[in-house]
Design a protein around this ligand. Sequence first.
Ligand SMILES: [Zn+2]
Length: 106
Amino acid sequence: MENSTNPTDFFQRTIQCERCKENFAQKYVFGRKEWSQINEVSYWTNGKTWQDCRFLCRSCLKVWHGDFRKEFNSLVELRKRKIFSNYKNNGVFDKKDKINERKASL
Ligand SMILES: [Zn+2]
């Protein structure tokens, strides 16, 4: 077996999705020296929440964009919508980010 240990795996934190209540991993982005903003609703909306949610897992982000398009479009400016579509087309929201409860604890 190859050694597939990815050092970036250690740089993630657990956040609860406020919509489906599942724990997911938020990644640390070394290039920008900050936590990935992809899961932060306020990043997409420039400070607003969606259905009182501030953090969404990737699958709920997909639902927001796919099933609530009107709300999405009214909250997210065109520039960010393009970024979102770009991520979506690249399968970013299809990556699994849910955390196994048992593994998540120390
Ligand atoms: Zn969710």
